[in-house]
Design a protein around this ligand. Sequence first.
Ligand code: HEC
Length: 146
Amino acid sequence: MKKILAIAVLFFAGAFAQPGATVYQSCAGCHQTSGVGIPGVFPPLAGHIPQVLTAKGGRQYLIKVVLFGLQGEIMVKGQKFNGSMPVFASLKDADIAAVLNYISTQWGNKFPAGEKPFTDAEVKALRASKLTPAQVAEVRKKLGLK
Ligand code: HEC
């Protein structure tokens, strides 16, 4: 009986350890399970998110992309993209924080020194800004990413 209980506890711990992985299923169709995207169509998140987090304002920008979408030409690691990232405002604050933590720590990605995991409160605070996907592209321009 004790053994069964221990297995059950492990199972549930596993299921809840990575809530971001479940949310990421809504992203994987475009950015791929491996996070590498599709050249020229869907930008890679693998090997790229830490670069965004290092830019001044990059952390807030990432929250805005998921909340409000993104539309406009962007450069990611020297490659041009001009697609449309859907709006995910219907996700809960906690789910947005979880998926951002997931993409910041998967595929060898790491939080840059001094950057802490995303919190629900940070997402909640930015919801009110209600940007359009084109305005999010304007925010991105100021990051100076190449
Ligand atoms: C329908 C396809 C699609 C889905 C689903 C999707 N994205 Fe995107 N995403 C894109 C496209 C296309 C872009 C680039 C938009 C552009 O060119 O302006 C993008 C851009 C991004 C960026 C900005 C990268 C940068 O360098 O500025 C992030 C971060 C991102 N997506 C994360 C996510 C997350 C997290 C999810 C799931 C919650 C997700 N995406 C779901 C298509 C998608």
